[in-house]
Design a binder for this molecule. Structure first.
Ligand code: PBG
Length: 325
């Protein structure tokens, strides 16, 4: 008869024993909550594929921010739904644009909560692409100037961190230079450095009305099978001055989160995107999975993979689940 000497089960025998040897903890400190802001008053439009997520007018957004602050979540990520769209995404860098107004109002009422703004043109262009389009494709260098203007106008309106999500080459450097020359040397750039051309953004595009009107985003967002290329993207963004690197989406890219964590000392954020949220919500709604347990397992998995920060639509629920343990 063989008796094992090493018995890993010894350290799993009770809840307290498991707590004692637990390696990773998802904390409320790690969470960022994305919010969609729209014009008008008293507007709360549900996003069909994302139960619990709404397009909110600024007055109702403030209530949400208050709730987020009470839960102890350190920051929000703002996406704007503008009143008008045009070829060059003017609404993105309009001093009276939706993000600019929302940021000023939040900063005024809740100065402590970190306001992170998504810097991109796709919600503001009539063609839905993330930059200026010429001959059927997004032109890189001309777009950089507009992204830089957008980032500066966000900072001027009270953004604490700017998060470029367009995937143009060189935009971190362009934004850093523009911020610095306007005196915003202390505003960090949280770069969507590693953003894949993913089918998991579907529900977001419904929420933000930002689906491309022709073609797709494959000429600027990354090809999902690639991982080494992610390290090149991260290296480039860090060299250009990125303070935090986002990997997006998260669930299908845990290896990429781990690889970036391993190679660079820069903080890493995982973006648990809209389609990932919708899958959990749908399966839970059908009674097929336990929402809290599966969501916490996924978010903790992102932490274990190496994410310091997790951007997730589950943030308020996750904070409640964490706080109630
Ligand atoms: C804008 C942007 C997108 C997301 C964040 N910023 C959509 C896209 O690239 O099409 C996706 C977020 C999500 O799916 O939750 N470029």
């Amino acid at each position: 008869m063989y008796y094992p000497v090493i018995r890993p089960r010894r350290l799993r025998l009770s809840d307290n024993m498991r707590r004692l040897v637990r390696e990773n903890h998802l904390q409320v400190d790690n969470l960022i909550y994305p919010l969609f802001v729209t014009g008008g008053r008293n507007i709360k439009t549900p996003v069909a594929a994302m139960p619990g997520v709404y397009n909110l007018s600024i007055d109702l957004l403030l209530e949400e921010v208050a709730a987020v602050q009470t839960l102890g979540i350190p920051g929000i990520l703002l996406f704007g739904i503008p009143d008008y769209k045009d070829a060059t995404g003017t609404g993105a860098y309009d001093e009276n644009g939706i993000i600019q107004k929302a940021a000023r109002t939040i900063k005024d009422k809740y100065p402590d909560i970190l306001i992170i703004t998504d810097v991109c043109l796709c919600e503001y262009t009539d063609h839905g692409h993330c930059g200026i389009v010429q001959d059927g494709d997004v032109v890189n260098d001309a777009t950089l100037e507009l992204l830089a203007r957008t980032a500066v106008s966000h900072a001027r309106s009270g953004a604490d961190i700017v998060a470029p999500s367009d995937m143009m080459d060189g935009r971190v450097q362009a934004i850093r230079k523009a911020l610095d020359s306007e005196g915003f040397t202390n505003i960090p750039i949280m770069s969507y450095g590693i953003k894949y051309a993913s089918a998991f953004y579907g529900p977001f595009r419904e929420a933000a009305g930002s689906a491309p009107q022709f073609g797709d985003r494959k000429t600027y967002q990354m090809d999902p099978p690639n991982a080494r290329e992610a390290l090149r993207e991260a290296e480039q963004d860090i060299a250009e001055g990125a303070d935090i690197i986002i990997v997006k989406p998260a669930m299908a890219y845990m290896d990429v989160i781990a690889a970036v964590r391993e190679k660079f000392a820069t903080p890493v954020a995982a973006y648990n995107v809209s389609g990932e949220y919708s899958m959990i919500k749908a399966a839970a709604h059908m009674g097929w999975i336990d929402e809290a347990k599966t969501a916490m397992e996924l978010l903790t998995g992102m932490k274990r993979a190496g994410a310091d920060i997790i951007i997730t639509y589950h943030a308020p629920d996750a904070a409640r689940w964490i706080n109630s343990v």
